[in-house]
Ligand binder design. Structure first.
Ligand code: NAI
Length: 342
């Protein structure tokens, strides 16, 4: 018995060292679509954040079990579950950051735009509830096609009279995560040091990694630029094909989304040095929405980093011009959908 006691005590002490039981801040985060392929691992990663005091998990089904399971992790945040439309409003009250991975993912052969018909309506409904219940929250849109769902969200918020362009973000972090990984592998660099800005949008050729702006500074041959750019643009499809009908990226997406959540919480907490890429309302180009590096602050988007677009290579200039028509039409499709439904 004495042996067992000392083992238990030792384990308990170790556990206290590993897990910080004291919250460092008390932000509330809601995940809409929390029982899904992205939602579950994202909820787990957010549950590990010392900046979160409450985690609200909403889905149309299966969320009770996810919440019960997660609630046993001895990290600071309290986990609450909300199921179905009647509990949607409550899931959003008092929330600082809302993350939306609700909707259907791609199957092999599908483009992100093929998801429009289903996901546009889902995003519209969820954003209406966000507008009514937590209009001041940071809103992170993951549901595809992001190039269209962000304009839809903006229109819905505008119709409700609560649109703050500084607080609406299309999550493109996964494109940056992929670019960093692939460049580090190709150039044998330490992963932790590599940072590649990715601009444009979040589908096919609208995803434009600015390899010439990679930090630390590295040089690429023309072939390497071509190969890396295409791989980063098609990385989502690589996963869709490997999963062969079972969905699209979920684990790497959850990792990327958790990074964007953590960055947002750090900014809300007063950290003055938070930069991420995101798809936002923008005047960087003639398009009304555009992904680029941004600085985050307490009130959301604090600055768009325009210097990334100066001194582009000829390849990048051409790719930038080439992506504009597709991005423009995806934006217009989103705006038209939201205006027709109004
Ligand atoms: P999934 O099908 O595994 O999960 C989606 C979840 O949304 C399900 O739990 C479902 O019940 C829920 N849902 C459906 N309608 C809802 C509604 N009206 N309200 C609340 N929840 C609802 O799909 P997965 O793999 O999690 O993907 C979700 C979305 O994320 C897809 O649209 C996918 O294309 C997108 N995605 C975006 C990426 C990005 O980089 N922005 C990367 C990967 C996926």
């Amino acid at each position: 018995a004495a042996l067992r006691e000392s083992f238990v005590q030792k384990a308990h002490k170790q556990n206290q060292r590993v897990v910080n039981l004291q919250p460092q801040a008390s932000f509330k985060v809601a995940i809409l679509g929390a029982a899904g392929g992205i939602g579950q691992p994202l909820a787990l990663l957010v549950k590990m954040s010392p900046l979160v005091s409450a985690l609200h998990l909403y889905d149309i089904a299966n969320v009770k079990g996810v919440a019960a399971d997660l609630s046993h992790c001895n990290t600071p945040s309290q986990v609450l579950d909300f199921t179905g439309n009647s509990e949607l409003a409550d899931s959003l009250k008092g929330v600082d950051v809302v993350v939306i991975p609700a909707g259907v993912p791609r199957k092999p052969g599908m483009t992100r735009d093929d998801l429009f018909n289903i996901n546009a309506s889902i995003v519209k409904t969820l954003i209406e509830a966000v507008a009514d219940n937590c209009p001041d929250a940071f809103i992170h849109i993951i549901s595809n096609p992001v190039n269209s769902t962000v304009p839809i969200a903006a229109e819905v918020l505008r119709q409700k009279g609560v649109y703050d362009p500084k607080k609406l973000f299309g999550v493109t972090t996964l494109d940056v995560v992929r670019a960093n990984t692939f460049v580090a592998q190709k150039k044998n660099l330490k992963l932790i040091d590599v940072d590649v800005p990715v601009i444009g949008g979040h589908a096919g050729i609208t995803i434009l990694p600015l390899l010439s702006k990679t930090k630390p500074s590295v040089s690429f041959t023309d072939e390497e630029v071509q190969e890396l750019t295409v791989r980063i643009q098609n990385a989502g499809t690589e996963v869709v094909e490997a999963k062969a009908g079972a969905g699209s990226a979920t684990l790497s997406m959850a990792y990327a989304a958790a990074r964007f959540v953590e960055s947002s919480l750090r900014a809300l907490d007063g950290d003055g040095d938070v930069y991420e890429c995101a798809y936002v309302q923008s005047e960087l180009t003639e398009l009304p929405y555009f992904a680029s590096r941004i600085k985050l602050g307490r009130k959301g988007l604090e600055a768009i980093i325009s210097s990334d677009l100066q001194g582009l290579t000829e390849y990048e200039e051409k790719a930038l011009e080439a992506l504009k028509p597709e991005l423009k039409s995806s934006i217009e499709k989103g705006v038209a959908f939201a205006q027709k439904q109004a």
